[in-house]
Design a protein around this ligand. Structure first.
Ligand SMILES: Cc1ncc(COP(=O)(O)O)c(C=O)c1O
Length: 504
């Protein structure tokens, strides 16, 4: 059965397969009763994961176009039987009703990664989570107790959409220490910076607008910009951050409506934009009047070198919208982030936020306010900055011990991630099943790329896995790379790895 896949397309592979089969079924080329190939075989033929085929078949089944029979496999359904009296109604064809915005989450590679990551026997370097054992649980319990005791009634009410006023004030003071000058009314509290990004995209972008974005970049940002129909203008990242010169070359022609950047301890590469590039980026944005979204969840987690001021602190033209969160410096579960921006932006975003969720959890905002204003966040950050460098060194040491010649890697000065490249053109997606078999997970770099670059890259997180798991995890990873290399050297390319059992 000839199915053509365009691996450069933004349409997910499972959707391409489902669409082509759907066209053949509805045109009558595949008549009722025709057997479709078993999932595993079709996956092997097309060189995709079995989950991709499972998802494609699931979509066709939801549309009532195919049915699975025990013993007979999957066959094309007989439409005349669908509505026969006595046949159970097939229900609403949901997959035909969803908007294209919902497609962006459907990345089978990430799905596989998450499945592997969640296995209890797996050491995972795939997440973006702080060390859970460092969460200040006792202090938080006391603070929440105090909050409910003293102000329970008001904190269990709705609160202003812009955020709990004392927290807005505390955050304005907190970011002022890094040189950012925003008043409390220029701060909007959001339910995590992911929500902040979504609100910004909804407020500033129409479908078809161009967004200049680093390649690679934060996956959640890619999903947001794709969901609102933006066209992405990828600007590569090197060891000094976004290659601003390349943006300078194309800005007049492509006229981006927005620039999105992670200048400090970038996710996924861990790199930090140089001061010179920061100045040039700001000058460019001011000249062409393009807003910059500076996403800065990791800036407070510097382990080496001198701090470079955030773009928002260097901005003299009000072009920067600053976005940050407690998710990486405290914990993600409260879902508290913030946007600092000129007042008109905050006011418009607050209206949008009301449409989305009315306001942000007041009890959590109170706790974060108390944590900041009592100096507890400073102390907690001190603790993290003492602790994380040890984990980073362990990871780098283990890579040095187990992976020379197999991987190349960076040494970040802060943040959560070590960025790696497989040598000899091996692909991270082919490594995933080998790694899964050995009980280790990582984040494949291609998912972070807005273009089709990055096939040989991977992101390793060093903050989440237990300290003692880092070295064995890297040893397993190196073994997996070794295994993939020998399969390749045996002339089988990445193919054998792809034909192996799916990652579940
Ligand atoms: C760059 C970046 N922005 C935003 C987020 C999302 O943060 P939050 O938990 O505040 O939504 C993350 C989390 O990984 C991130 O790395």
């Amino acid at each position: 059965m000839l199915i053509e896949l365009d691996r450069t397309s933004s349409v997910p592979l499972y959707r391409q397969i489902a669409d082509q089969l759907r066209a053949r079924i509805t045109s009558g080329e595949l008549v009722p009763g025709t057997r479709l190939p078993p999932e595993r075989r079709l996956a092997a033929v097309l060189g995709v994961n079995r989950t991709t085929i499972v998802n494609a078949y699931r979509e066709l089944a939801a549309d009532g176009l195919i049915v699975g029979h025990v013993g007979r496999g999957t066959v094309v359904a007989d439409p005349s039987r669908l509505y026969e009296p006595g046949t159970p109604a097939s229900g609403i064809p949901w997959s035909q009703l969803f908007t294209s915005a919902t497609e962006v989450m459907n990345d089978p590679l990430l799905h596989d990664t998450m499945l592997v990551s969640s296995r209890p026997d797996v050491i995972t370097f795939a997440t973006g989570t702080p060390a859970p054992e460092l969460y200040p649980i006792t202090t938080m319990r006391q603070l929440l107790d105090e909050a409910l005791h003293q102000a329970g009634q008001s904190l269990l009410q709705y609160c202003p959409a812009e955020g709990y006023p004392p927290l807005r004030e505390a955050l304005a003071g907190w970011i002022a220490r890094s040189g950012m000058r925003f008043g409390p009314d220029e701060i909007l509290i959001v339910a995590g910076s992911q929500q902040g990004l979504y609100l910004l995209a909804r407020a500033l972008l129409e479908s078809g607008d161009v967004v200049a974005i680093e390649s690679p970049t934060y996956l959640g940002a890619l999903q947001v910009f794709r969901a609102v129909g933006a066209r992405l203008l990828p600007i590569p990242v090197d060891q000094y951050g976004m290659r601003v010169g390349l943006l300078e070359d194309v800005v007049a022609r492509r006229r981006p409506k927005l620039i999105y950047t992670l200048p400090t301890f970038q996710n996924p590469t861990g790199t930090t934009m140089s001061r010179d590039r920061r100045d040039r980026l700001l000058a460019l944005a001011a000249r062409y009047q393009i807003p910059i979204i500076e996403d800065d969840p990791y800036g407070a987690l510097r382990y080496a070198g001198e701090p470079i001021p955030p773009l928002a602190a260097l901005d003299h033209h009000d072009v920067v919208v600053y976005l940050s969160t407690i998710s990486k410096i405290l914990f993600p579960g409260f879902r508290i982030g913030w946007i600092a921006a000129p007042r008109p932006v905050i006011e418009r975003l607050a209206v949008l936020k009301q449409i989305v969720d009315l306001d942000t959890n007041a009890l959590a905002q109170w706790a974060v306010w108390a944590f900041i204003s009592r100096g507890l966040l400073d102390a907690h950050l001190e603790r993290l900055r003492r602790h994380y460098p040890g984990r980073l060194e362990r990871m780098l040491g283990a890579l040095e011990q187990h992976a020379p010649g197999l991987l190349e890697w960076t040494r970040p000065a802060g943040g959560f991630y070590v960025w790696c490249r497989l040598t000899d053109g091996l692909r991270a997606r082919d490594l995933l099943p080998e790694a899964a078999r050995r009980g280790v997970a990582f984040a494949p770099g291609e998912s972070f790329h807005p273009d089709d670059a990055g096939a040989s890259t991977l992101r390793l997180n060093f903050t989440f896995p237990p300290v003692t798991a880092i070295e064995p995890g890297i040893a397993r990873l190196a073994e997996a790379v070794q295994a993939l290399r020998s399969t390749r050297l045996n002339g089988d390319g990445g193919r054998r790895a792809r034909l192996a059992a799916p990652i579940v």
